[in-house]
Design a protein around this ligand. Structure first.
Ligand code: L34
Length: 264
């Protein structure tokens, strides 16, 4: 049996095309069956839902994901709810969100926060008993990250603070973190003065900034000022080459689990 992943990409977002290509390639390298559907930017909601129904019923496909963001004529929530929860390897369906929140182990954790947790654990950083501060409260990163870290389970047992755009004095919270996880989407927002000496810093941001000296015309920077913060942090994840590749690895891991479960 070969685990199969279907990735649907709607429209022409350049970064999404890069990520989707990387996901397809990672599947092939791992010997998984990979299907990538590239749909026109003008695709209607009905057409997209009909595609999902086909994949939901396809026995060769164990995981389905629709790359975000989707064009504005499409209701992302409705799309996510249409995917069978057993095939929702992104962990975005409310059933999986709820399972992760209550600590039910048969749900799918979203790939980015699951990847952050693996980065920590495989670097011998156990969140248990630590103060983790998360900057950002998105449904894809900040909220599920908090729910994994606070869980009474391996990789959890942390004390968690979640900061966002309405948090007064975000820097003061950041500075109290043993483990600082940054997912805000603003280039180099976290500077050395916001980090406790010896803290572990995980940078989830992948921002394209104009760079006339770069071949592609842009370069990739995280939400953390790596040069400055690496002088005070004990461990820090780079961008590129940090959380991004972990996201893809965890997506494959979820797909394998989905396949094993469907054939159990
Ligand atoms: N449905 N939409 C859905 N699932 C996801 O899990 C994602 N995400 C986020 C955007 N939309 C999604 C991703 O796949 C972000 N994301 C993602 C995945 C991989 C990388 C970055 C973001 C990655 O591998 N980045 C490389 C650099 C790639 C480049 O050259 O641009 C890195 O080393 O960080």
């Amino acid at each position: 049996m070969r685990p199969g992943l279907a990735v649907i990409l709607v429209g022409d977002d350049p970064a999404s095309h890069v990520y989707v290509r990387m996901k397809g390639r990672a599947c092939e390298e791992a010997g998984m069956h990979s299907v990538t559907m590239r749909l026109d930017a003008a695709t209607s909601q009905e057409e997209l839902l009909a595609q999902i129904d086909v994949l939901n019923a396809d026995p060769l496909i164990h995981g389905i994901l629709v790359q975000m963001p989707v064009p504005k004529q499409i209701d992302a929530d409705a799309v996510v709810r249409r995917i069978r929860p057993e095939k929702d390897v992104d962990g975005f369906h409310p059933i999986n969100v709820g399972k992760v929140f209550i600590g039910e182990r048969d749900g799918f954790s979203p790939a980015t926060p699951a990847g952050v947790l693996q980065l920590l654990l495989r670097s011998s950083v156990d969140p248990a008993g630590k103060h983790c501060v998360i900057l950002g409260r998105s449904n894809i990163v900040g909220k599920p990250m908090a729910s994994l870290l606070v869980q009474n389970a391996p990789g959890g047992n942390a004390t968690v603070t979640v900061c966002h755009s309405r948090t007064p004095d975000l820097a003061a919270h950041a500075k109290r973190a043993d483990i600082l996880i940054v997912a805000i989407g603003r280039p180099k927002m976290v500077t050395a003065d916001m980090v406790k000496p010896g803290a572990v810093v995980i940078d989830v941001g992948v921002n394209r900034v104009d760079d006339p000296n770069a071949k592609k015309g842009y370069s990739l920077v995280g939400d953390v000022d790596f040069a400055g913060v690496s002088k005070v942090a004990s461990k820090i994840s780079p961008v590129p080459g940090g959380v991004g590749p972990m996201t893809i690895a965890m997506l494959l891991s979820n797909t394998l689990r989905a396949a094993e479960r469907m054939h159990a």
